[in-house]
Design a protein around this ligand. Structure first.
Ligand code: NAP
Length: 253
Protein backbone atom coordinates (compact mmCIF):
# COMPACT_ATOMS: atom_id res chain seq x y z
CA UNK A 1 0.00 0.00 0.00
CA UNK A 2 1.23 3.50 -0.91
CA UNK A 3 1.05 6.18 1.77
CA UNK A 4 0.43 9.79 0.82
CA UNK A 5 0.37 13.16 2.57
CA UNK A 6 -1.73 15.71 0.66
CA UNK A 7 -0.59 19.29 1.03
CA UNK A 8 -3.27 21.82 0.04
CA UNK A 9 -7.03 21.91 0.46
CA UNK A 10 -8.19 23.41 -2.84
CA UNK A 11 -9.87 22.05 -5.98
CA UNK A 12 -7.28 19.44 -6.91
CA UNK A 13 -6.52 18.36 -3.32
CA UNK A 14 -10.22 17.66 -2.77
CA UNK A 15 -10.58 15.60 -5.97
CA UNK A 16 -7.37 13.63 -5.33
CA UNK A 17 -8.45 13.01 -1.74
CA UNK A 18 -11.72 11.44 -2.87
CA UNK A 19 -10.00 9.37 -5.59
CA UNK A 20 -7.54 7.97 -3.03
CA UNK A 21 -10.23 7.53 -0.37
CA UNK A 22 -12.09 5.15 -2.73
CA UNK A 23 -8.92 3.13 -3.41
CA UNK A 24 -7.71 0.31 -1.19
CA UNK A 25 -4.11 0.52 -2.44
CA UNK A 26 -3.59 4.14 -1.34
CA UNK A 27 -3.58 5.41 2.23
CA UNK A 28 -3.93 9.16 2.80
CA UNK A 29 -2.13 9.65 6.11
CA UNK A 30 -2.80 13.36 6.44
CA UNK A 31 -4.12 16.46 4.72
CA UNK A 32 -2.10 19.59 5.36
CA UNK A 33 -3.86 22.96 5.03
CA UNK A 34 -2.31 26.25 6.09
CA UNK A 35 -5.66 27.68 7.14
CA UNK A 36 -6.98 26.04 10.34
CA UNK A 37 -10.28 27.91 10.30
CA UNK A 38 -11.36 26.85 6.84
CA UNK A 39 -13.94 24.07 6.60
CA UNK A 40 -12.70 21.22 4.43
CA UNK A 41 -14.80 18.34 3.08
CA UNK A 42 -12.12 15.81 4.01
CA UNK A 43 -13.19 12.78 6.04
CA UNK A 44 -13.10 13.06 9.82
CA UNK A 45 -10.97 9.92 10.25
CA UNK A 46 -7.95 11.53 8.59
CA UNK A 47 -5.46 13.74 10.33
CA UNK A 48 -5.69 17.38 9.44
CA UNK A 49 -2.49 19.30 9.88
CA UNK A 50 -1.78 22.98 9.86
CA UNK A 51 1.84 22.61 10.91
CA UNK A 52 4.62 21.49 8.57
CA UNK A 53 6.67 20.21 11.52
CA UNK A 54 4.47 17.29 12.62
CA UNK A 55 3.59 15.63 9.33
CA UNK A 56 3.73 11.80 9.36
CA UNK A 57 6.26 9.83 7.30
CA UNK A 58 4.76 8.97 3.91
CA UNK A 59 5.96 7.45 0.62
CA UNK A 60 4.87 10.54 -1.32
CA UNK A 61 4.07 14.16 -0.39
CA UNK A 62 1.69 15.58 -3.01
CA UNK A 63 1.85 19.38 -3.16
CA UNK A 64 -1.60 20.40 -4.47
CA UNK A 65 -0.94 24.08 -3.79
CA UNK A 66 -1.03 27.15 -6.05
CA UNK A 67 1.76 27.17 -8.65
CA UNK A 68 3.28 30.26 -7.03
CA UNK A 69 3.52 28.44 -3.66
CA UNK A 70 5.27 25.25 -4.89
CA UNK A 71 8.83 26.56 -4.30
CA UNK A 72 8.05 27.93 -0.83
CA UNK A 73 6.06 24.88 0.37
CA UNK A 74 8.64 22.40 -0.97
CA UNK A 75 11.39 24.40 0.76
CA UNK A 76 9.61 23.84 4.07
CA UNK A 77 9.23 20.09 3.45
CA UNK A 78 12.54 19.30 1.78
CA UNK A 79 14.32 17.90 4.84
CA UNK A 80 14.29 14.14 5.64
CA UNK A 81 14.82 13.13 1.98
CA UNK A 82 11.09 13.14 1.29
CA UNK A 83 9.64 12.51 -2.16
CA UNK A 84 8.02 15.88 -2.98
CA UNK A 85 5.68 15.91 -5.98
CA UNK A 86 3.67 18.80 -7.44
CA UNK A 87 0.46 18.44 -9.49
CA UNK A 88 0.85 21.43 -11.83
CA UNK A 89 0.72 21.44 -15.63
CA UNK A 90 2.60 24.69 -16.16
CA UNK A 91 5.35 24.40 -13.52
CA UNK A 92 8.71 22.74 -14.21
CA UNK A 93 9.68 19.88 -11.90
CA UNK A 94 12.84 21.78 -10.98
CA UNK A 95 10.74 24.42 -9.17
CA UNK A 96 10.51 21.90 -6.28
CA UNK A 97 13.17 22.39 -3.61
CA UNK A 98 15.20 19.41 -2.37
CA UNK A 99 16.74 16.44 -4.12
CA UNK A 100 13.86 13.98 -4.51
CA UNK A 101 11.20 15.49 -6.74
CA UNK A 102 8.49 14.62 -9.20
CA UNK A 103 5.25 15.62 -10.92
CA UNK A 104 1.79 14.00 -10.82
CA UNK A 105 -0.32 16.15 -13.20
CA UNK A 106 -3.97 15.19 -13.73
CA UNK A 107 -4.90 16.66 -17.12
CA UNK A 108 -8.43 17.83 -16.37
CA UNK A 109 -10.32 20.92 -15.21
CA UNK A 110 -11.25 20.65 -11.52
CA UNK A 111 -13.84 22.68 -9.66
CA UNK A 112 -14.81 22.07 -6.04
CA UNK A 113 -18.08 20.19 -5.66
CA UNK A 114 -18.14 19.00 -9.33
CA UNK A 115 -17.65 15.21 -9.16
CA UNK A 116 -15.34 13.53 -11.69
CA UNK A 117 -14.32 9.94 -12.35
CA UNK A 118 -10.54 9.84 -12.04
CA UNK A 119 -10.41 6.66 -14.18
CA UNK A 120 -10.96 8.84 -17.27
CA UNK A 121 -8.40 11.49 -16.34
CA UNK A 122 -4.92 11.16 -17.92
CA UNK A 123 -2.16 11.49 -15.34
CA UNK A 124 1.22 12.72 -16.57
CA UNK A 125 4.12 11.83 -14.29
CA UNK A 126 7.78 12.81 -14.12
CA UNK A 127 10.49 12.13 -11.54
CA UNK A 128 14.19 12.73 -11.11
CA UNK A 129 14.78 9.12 -9.99
CA UNK A 130 13.56 5.77 -11.28
CA UNK A 131 12.47 4.88 -7.73
CA UNK A 132 10.04 7.82 -7.54
CA UNK A 133 8.93 7.34 -11.17
CA UNK A 134 7.92 3.75 -10.33
CA UNK A 135 6.00 4.94 -7.24
CA UNK A 136 4.18 7.65 -9.22
CA UNK A 137 3.25 5.23 -12.02
CA UNK A 138 1.88 2.84 -9.38
CA UNK A 139 -0.03 5.65 -7.62
CA UNK A 140 -1.49 6.84 -10.94
CA UNK A 141 -2.50 3.36 -12.13
CA UNK A 142 -4.47 2.86 -8.93
CA UNK A 143 -6.85 5.67 -9.85
CA UNK A 144 -6.60 6.19 -13.63
CA UNK A 145 -6.60 4.13 -16.84
CA UNK A 146 -4.13 6.52 -18.53
CA UNK A 147 -0.81 7.19 -16.82
CA UNK A 148 2.19 8.35 -18.86
CA UNK A 149 5.73 9.57 -18.22
CA UNK A 150 6.01 13.05 -19.78
CA UNK A 151 8.91 15.54 -19.46
CA UNK A 152 8.43 19.04 -18.00
CA UNK A 153 8.93 20.57 -21.46
CA UNK A 154 6.23 18.41 -23.10
CA UNK A 155 3.86 18.80 -20.13
CA UNK A 156 4.13 22.59 -20.34
CA UNK A 157 3.21 22.40 -24.05
CA UNK A 158 0.24 20.14 -23.24
CA UNK A 159 -0.86 22.69 -20.65
CA UNK A 160 -0.71 25.41 -23.32
CA UNK A 161 -2.84 23.22 -25.61
CA UNK A 162 -5.26 22.66 -22.70
CA UNK A 163 -5.69 26.43 -22.22
CA UNK A 164 -6.93 26.70 -25.82
CA UNK A 165 -9.08 23.55 -25.59
CA UNK A 166 -10.69 24.36 -22.26
CA UNK A 167 -10.15 27.88 -20.85
CA UNK A 168 -10.60 29.78 -24.11
CA UNK A 169 -13.46 27.61 -25.37
CA UNK A 170 -15.23 28.03 -22.01
CA UNK A 171 -14.87 31.80 -22.25
CA UNK A 172 -16.52 31.66 -25.67
CA UNK A 173 -19.40 29.77 -23.99
CA UNK A 174 -19.61 32.69 -21.54
CA UNK A 175 -19.89 35.20 -24.41
CA UNK A 176 -22.53 32.99 -26.01
CA UNK A 177 -24.47 32.89 -22.72
CA UNK A 178 -24.26 36.70 -22.38
CA UNK A 179 -25.82 37.13 -25.84
CA UNK A 180 -28.64 34.74 -24.83
CA UNK A 181 -29.24 36.61 -21.56
CA UNK A 182 -29.37 39.97 -23.36
CA UNK A 183 -31.89 38.59 -25.87
CA UNK A 184 -33.86 36.75 -23.15
CA UNK A 185 -33.50 33.37 -24.86
CA UNK A 186 -32.47 30.21 -23.02
CA UNK A 187 -28.77 29.24 -23.18
CA UNK A 188 -30.03 25.63 -22.74
CA UNK A 189 -31.08 25.73 -26.43
CA UNK A 190 -27.38 25.84 -27.34
CA UNK A 191 -26.31 22.91 -25.12
CA UNK A 192 -26.99 20.09 -27.66
CA UNK A 193 -24.81 22.06 -30.13
CA UNK A 194 -22.05 22.46 -27.51
CA UNK A 195 -22.08 18.74 -26.64
CA UNK A 196 -22.05 17.72 -30.33
CA UNK A 197 -19.06 20.05 -30.94
CA UNK A 198 -17.08 18.02 -28.42
CA UNK A 199 -18.51 14.59 -29.38
CA UNK A 200 -17.61 15.11 -33.06
CA UNK A 201 -13.94 14.87 -32.05
CA UNK A 202 -14.48 11.13 -31.39
CA UNK A 203 -14.60 10.59 -35.17
CA UNK A 204 -13.30 13.79 -36.83
CA UNK A 205 -10.25 16.05 -36.45
CA UNK A 206 -10.96 19.66 -35.36
CA UNK A 207 -10.14 20.73 -38.93
CA UNK A 208 -12.66 18.30 -40.42
CA UNK A 209 -15.29 19.30 -37.85
CA UNK A 210 -15.17 23.07 -38.51
CA UNK A 211 -18.37 24.65 -39.86
CA UNK A 212 -19.84 28.17 -39.86
CA UNK A 213 -19.74 31.45 -41.82
CA UNK A 214 -15.96 32.00 -41.50
CA UNK A 215 -15.18 28.49 -42.80
CA UNK A 216 -17.65 29.02 -45.70
CA UNK A 217 -16.32 32.52 -46.48
CA UNK A 218 -19.84 33.94 -45.98
CA UNK A 219 -18.93 37.65 -45.74
CA UNK A 220 -22.55 38.87 -45.64
CA UNK A 221 -23.40 36.88 -42.48
CA UNK A 222 -20.14 37.86 -40.78
CA UNK A 223 -20.82 41.56 -41.51
CA UNK A 224 -24.33 41.21 -40.05
CA UNK A 225 -23.01 39.49 -36.92
CA UNK A 226 -20.45 42.26 -36.36
CA UNK A 227 -23.15 44.93 -36.68
CA UNK A 228 -25.17 43.14 -33.97
CA UNK A 229 -22.33 43.26 -31.42
CA UNK A 230 -22.07 46.31 -29.21
CA UNK A 231 -18.84 46.06 -27.30
CA UNK A 232 -15.52 46.50 -29.08
CA UNK A 233 -13.71 43.65 -27.34
CA UNK A 234 -16.29 41.10 -28.53
CA UNK A 235 -16.22 42.60 -32.04
CA UNK A 236 -12.40 42.28 -32.08
CA UNK A 237 -12.64 38.70 -30.83
CA UNK A 238 -15.22 37.84 -33.55
CA UNK A 239 -12.99 39.36 -36.26
CA UNK A 240 -9.82 37.68 -34.94
CA UNK A 241 -11.48 34.27 -34.60
CA UNK A 242 -13.06 34.52 -38.08
CA UNK A 243 -9.71 35.50 -39.63
CA UNK A 244 -7.94 32.66 -37.80
CA UNK A 245 -10.51 30.14 -39.11
CA UNK A 246 -10.22 31.52 -42.66
CA UNK A 247 -6.40 31.44 -42.59
CA UNK A 248 -6.43 27.88 -41.23
CA UNK A 249 -8.79 26.72 -44.02
CA UNK A 250 -7.34 29.06 -46.67
CA UNK A 251 -6.66 26.39 -49.26
CA UNK A 252 -10.24 25.10 -49.11
CA UNK A 253 -11.95 28.52 -49.53
N1 NAP B 1 -7.92 23.54 -10.96
C1 NAP B 1 -7.55 22.82 -12.00
O1 NAP B 1 -8.34 22.61 -12.93
C2 NAP B 1 -6.17 22.18 -12.04
C3 NAP B 1 -5.95 21.11 -12.94
C4 NAP B 1 -4.72 20.43 -12.92
C5 NAP B 1 -3.72 20.87 -12.05
N2 NAP B 1 -3.94 21.95 -11.24
C6 NAP B 1 -2.84 22.35 -10.33
O2 NAP B 1 -3.21 22.00 -9.00
C7 NAP B 1 -2.56 22.88 -8.06
C8 NAP B 1 -3.63 23.44 -7.13
O3 NAP B 1 -4.61 24.10 -7.90
P1 NAP B 1 -6.10 24.26 -7.36
O4 NAP B 1 -6.96 24.52 -8.56
O5 NAP B 1 -6.45 23.13 -6.45
O6 NAP B 1 -5.96 25.63 -6.55
P2 NAP B 1 -6.85 26.21 -5.37
O7 NAP B 1 -8.19 25.59 -5.36
O8 NAP B 1 -6.71 27.68 -5.48
O9 NAP B 1 -6.07 25.70 -4.06
C9 NAP B 1 -4.78 26.14 -3.80
C10 NAP B 1 -4.32 25.58 -2.47
O10 NAP B 1 -2.96 26.05 -2.26
C11 NAP B 1 -2.89 26.60 -0.95
N3 NAP B 1 -1.86 27.64 -0.93
C12 NAP B 1 -1.76 28.74 -1.71
N4 NAP B 1 -0.66 29.45 -1.39
C13 NAP B 1 -0.06 28.78 -0.36
C14 NAP B 1 1.11 29.00 0.41
N5 NAP B 1 1.90 30.08 0.20
N6 NAP B 1 1.41 28.09 1.37
C15 NAP B 1 0.62 27.01 1.58
N7 NAP B 1 -0.49 26.73 0.89
C16 NAP B 1 -0.82 27.60 -0.08
C17 NAP B 1 -4.27 27.19 -0.71
O11 NAP B 1 -4.46 27.40 0.65
P3 NAP B 1 -5.63 28.41 1.19
O12 NAP B 1 -6.92 27.70 0.87
O13 NAP B 1 -5.34 28.53 2.62
O14 NAP B 1 -5.46 29.69 0.39
C18 NAP B 1 -5.13 26.06 -1.27
O15 NAP B 1 -5.23 25.01 -0.33
C19 NAP B 1 -1.85 23.95 -8.92
O16 NAP B 1 -0.51 23.57 -9.06
C20 NAP B 1 -2.57 23.86 -10.27
O17 NAP B 1 -1.76 24.26 -11.35
C21 NAP B 1 -5.14 22.61 -11.20
Amino acid sequence: MLSVVLVGTGNVAEHLFHAFEDNEAVNVLAVMGRNALQQHPFGEKFLRHTNYENLPQADIYLLAVSDSAIAEVSERLSSDQRFLVHVSGATPMERIAGERKGVFYPLQTFTKGKTLDFKDIPILVEANSSELQTLLLELGKNISQTVQVVSSKKREKLHLAAVFANNFVNHLFAISETICIMEKVSFDLLKPLIYETAHKLETLTPKQAQTGPAKRGDMETMKKHLSQLNDNQTKDLYTLMSQAIQNYHEKEL
